[in-house]
Design a protein around this ligand. Structure first.
Ligand SMILES: [Fe+2]
Ligand SMILES: [Fe+2]
Length: 223
């Protein structure tokens, strides 16, 4: 089976990853380069590994995490489906088995909360990995633009942990924020992503819990 390390060395993937991150930097977006891709890859594969999924699914989640944003090399809009279309021939040429290519493109094509639907363990893990990435290190060059809400929110997040509590069937995200931003600002941009994390966790038979500064954010009576 093709591994994440092989995919990282693929020249087409390297060029698309670079172009996507450069394009989003020009638009003023937070980091979408190796830092973001490594976080998503590590988190997505870690979730499936902790939940006892097969080695194949764990590796596919790692690969999906690394390639999920390549569609941004075309346009931010519809970058999930565009990325899936770009990836099919590249992954096939790289020697990936067709069923694995299909797993990847379904996950990548559905990772955006605006149009995506979670339909497999790999796509669920990818969604949680991607939507949970918020941290001060995501602000480019460590210099936040105080007029940009994404910079303010990310720069305020000092710690971000995703913990898999297999015994209680809970995936818990715990953030520590400082006063650079507020919980309200965090929710103003992350709410659709939190809801996608909830759906993805439900698909995996888990409950998603979000804590900010040690206080529960999405607890519900009776759950
Ligand atoms: Fe994305
Ligand atoms: Fe992403």
């Amino acid at each position: 089976m093709i591994t994440l390390q092989e995919i990282k060395q693929n020249e087409s993937i390297k060029a698309l990853v670079r172009a996507s991150n450069r394009y989003l930097e020009t638009l003023g977006y937070t980091d979408h380069g190796p830092r973001h891709l490594s976080y998503v890859s590590r988190t997505a594969s870690g979730i499936l590994k902790s939940l006892g999924y097969s080695e194949r699914e764990v590796e596919l989640a790692a690969i999906a995490g690394w390639v999920h944003d390549v569609g941004n090399s075309i346009n931010r809009h519809d970058h999930g489906p565009n990325g899936a279309i770009l990836l099919y021939p590249i992954l096939q040429d790289a020697g990936m088995a067709i069923p694995d290519v299909v797993e990847i493109i379904t996950a990548v094509g559905n990772h955006e909360e605006e149009s995506g639907s979670v339909s497999s363990a790999v796509s669920a893990a990818l969604a949680i990995g991607d939507k949970s990435d918020a941290h001060k290190s995501r602000v480019r060059n460590g210099k936040p633009d105080p007029t940009d809400v994404h910079d303010r929110v990310n720069f305020s997040i000092q710690e971000n942990e995703v913990i898999i509590d297999r015994k209680n069937r809970i995936i818990r995200q715990s953030l520590q924020m400082n006063e650079t931003s507020s919980v309200l600002e965090y929710l103003s941009i992350y709410l659709p992503r939190i809801l996608m994390c909830e759906q993805a966790c439900e698909f995996l038979g888990q409950r998603f819990e979000l804590f900010i500064n040690d206080r529960p954010v999405n607890n519900r009576a009776g759950v």
